[in-house]
Design a protein around this ligand. Sequence first.
Ligand code: HEC
Length: 176
Amino acid sequence: MDLTRRTVLLLVMVIFGFPVIEWAHADMAASKKHAADFDMKQVDRGRYLSMTSGCNDCHTPGYLLSEGKVAENLWLTGDRLGWRGPWGTTYAPNLRLFVKGMTEEQWVAIARTLKTRPPMPWFNLNKMHAEDLKALYQFIRYLGPGGEAAPAYVPPDQEPKTPYALFPSPPKGDRK
Ligand code: HEC
């Protein structure tokens, strides 16, 4: 290899190679530092609860119909699929933006007293143990703010602009 070719090769490495390696290192260091900011046991437990308590089913776009095959960086960013019924049309909000700027204590207090329109199972969330709610909070904070706000609630007499799942009114006299 002559001198000019070696010089060119070296230049290419300097220009493209080193910054890429540097960038990769910085990225790894950042994610390590990020993990160090959290109690990873709580984060793992929150991840588990997000899956097994159904939060992902509605609050993660496409989760239910893809059998849970959604990259974690999209989890709990809310969904544009509407839930339409006698209550109007609701959308599972972006929980990552919801907890932004909220303390763990505030989250626990809100989750304990939350009451929403269907089909959010708020009555189940109200009963979740504080330790589990804290783990969920840590997991959501660990994911960090991301995605956009879900569409706004649409009243019953208005047509939603997004796709929606339709709940028929329940048959009369079926409930005790
Ligand atoms: C069957 C679908 C469904 C499931 C399962 C579900 N949610 Fe929801 N959630 C919704 C919908 C829809 C709303 C919006 C209700 C409304 O507009 O009144 C909502 C609202 C909320 C809100 C209120 C947010 C705000 O902006 O006011 C919180 C907090 C929440 N859900 C947390 C959770 C958590 C935590 C879980 C898991 C334990 C969960 N949800 C499971 C559908 C669901």
